[in-house]
Design a protein. Structure first.
Ligand code: ATP
Ligand code: MG
Length: 439
């Protein structure tokens, strides 16, 4: 079944050659990966060969290589024991190894390669104890490993150990579907086993401009929606989080809505008219993440933009269904309230805006700015929030004032004067302070 692939047929980007008859996969790999990564693959592959384990690049990395897209992570799958390979690599090259015995995988961080993290995965078979359950994993062949996957375009492997370097293994005809730009499941029960694949199908279709193959599309039906509606909030939210890292999340949500998936997640989820396109480069002034360590800036922003127009009870319901971290729920609720309160702030002075906004997550403020264009919000984020008087608490103490509420009030009045342009120099601040202290 394995063959050396000599013609890379379709490179699907419009600006790229359609047929490149002179390229074989070994060459393509050498041209697409930088030399240090290639060197790393060779070292791993040699070690794997020595242990008698054939080793392959699989899944997304093969797909993206054939699409001439940047390869994000290297998934290396071997027919054998990935943990044993990991230990052999550490013995020879050092570095850190994390093992996951239950899944027969290891993560190796070699010392010599800019902390590149490598996932070493033993080829495995997966069975689903019941529909929608997490799978039971057993060690198996590459063939089984490809057959447990989501779509044909993600079920190809390229062998990377020396004599076989560049051999494509494509038993499920993924390459043909890449040419036809089709997202196709591997078997009719795929979405029942794991309905999160419905999200994945739409995500890939939008990312690559592909179509969901008609038979696959028919499998997004009431049966798979029913299994999907029984999935945990964490699993479902994770799928949305992945969508929010894509270049055009709105288009993906629209497609999911069109195939009637939202209803299965939560009846109150609707499409939004806002473009969920996060700004290219979030300015550092907005850089305070709402949910550190859990959600990225883009993810948080997309959630806020998506749900901001919902009522408080709708937001709370969705947050509960999708197991939002508390901080995310608060950021959405705050944005929603700020947006509906905006008309009543119309004639506010900068100090009023600032004292109100100081207590709110900056990401809520930023989201409301994006949809309302209210310049006070961007002024706050870029300037006002950083305005402080020259006088400090220590200065007040040095003048014999006892720390207490009046302390804070004086500093607040000095700050307000700067914000509202009533004080513009250190001398003017000194005069204002003198008069406040007199009172
Ligand atoms: P991306 O560019 O989004 O990372 P990817 O193909 O690398 O795409 P991952 O989520 O990183 O996707 O998963 C790696 C591979 O694991 C996929 O290519 C696919 O073969 C397989 N896979 C991931 N999730 C599933 C799933 N739910 N069901 C079956 N196979 C899956
Ligand atoms: Mg990946």
């Amino acid at each position: 079944m394995r063959r050396l692939y000599t013609i890379v047929p379709l490179i699907l980007r419009d600006d790229f050659l359609c047929y490149n008859t002179n390229v074989n996969l070994a060459d393509l790999l050498k041209r697409s990966l930088d030399s240090s990564l290639l060197d790393l693959i060779h070292r791993i592959a040699d070690e794997s060969s020595a242990l008698g384990f054939p080793i392959h690049l699989v899944g997304g990395s093969v797909r993206d290589l054939l699409l001439a897209r940047p390869i994000v992570d290297l998934d290396l799958t071997l027919e054998g024991d990935a943990i044993k390979l990991g230990r052999a690599l550490v013995k020879k090259y050092g570095g850190d190894l994390t093992t996951h015995e239950k899944f027969f995988t290891a993560t190796w961080t070699p010392q010599f390669s800019n902390s590149q993290i490598l996932d070493l995965i033993s080829a495995r078979r997966e069975t689903y104890p019941h529909l929608g359950a997490l799978p039971t994993v057993t060690k198996s062949t590459l063939d089984d490993d490809l057959r447990r996957r989501d779509f044909t375009i993600n079920a190809m492997a390229i062998r990377v150990d020396s004599d076989h370097f560049g051999e494509l293994y494509d038993p499920l005809h993924g390459q043909s579907d890449l040419e036809k730009k089709l997202i196709r499941v591997l078997h009719p029960n795929s979405f029942l086993d794991d309905p999160t694949r419905i999200f994945r199908a739409v995500r890939y279709a939008e990312r690559y401009g592909f179509t969901i193959e008609p038979e696959t599309l028919k499998l997004i039906n009431d049966d798979s929606r029913k299994v999907l509606s029984g999935l945990s909030g964490e699993r479902l939210r994770h799928e949305f989080d992945l969508i929010f890292e894509e270049p055009n999340p709105s288009a993906i949500l629209k497609q999911l809505f069109d195939v009637d998936i939202f209803r299965a997640v939560h009846p109150q989820l609707q499409v939004t008219s806002y473009k969920l396109l996060p700004p290219e480069e979030p300015s550092p002034t907005y850089g305070e993440f709402a949910v550190p360590d859990m959600l990225s800036f883009n993810q948080t922003l997309c959630w806020v933009l998506w749900l901001m127009n919902s009522s408080l009870s709708e937001i709370e319901d969705v947050a509960e269904r999708l197991a939002f971290p508390v901080l995310l729920t608060n950021t959405v609720i705050t944005a929603s309230a700020l947006k509906s309160d905006l008309p009543s702030f119309k004639n506010w002075k900068p100090s009023q805006w600032t004292f109100h906004l100081d207590d709110l997550p900056s990401l809520s403020i930023f989201a409301v700015y994006l949809v309302s264009g209210e310049s006070a919000l961007s002024d706050y984020l870029s300037k006002w929030q950083h305005v402080k008087p020259i006088t400090t608490g220590d200065d007040l103490k040095a003048r014999g004032l006892e720390p207490g509420p009046r302390f804070g009030e004086i500093l607040r009045q000095l700050r307000a004067a700067w914000l509202d342009g009533e004080v513009k120099t250190a001398e003017e601040e000194r005069q204002l302070l003198a008069s406040l202290l007199k009172n």
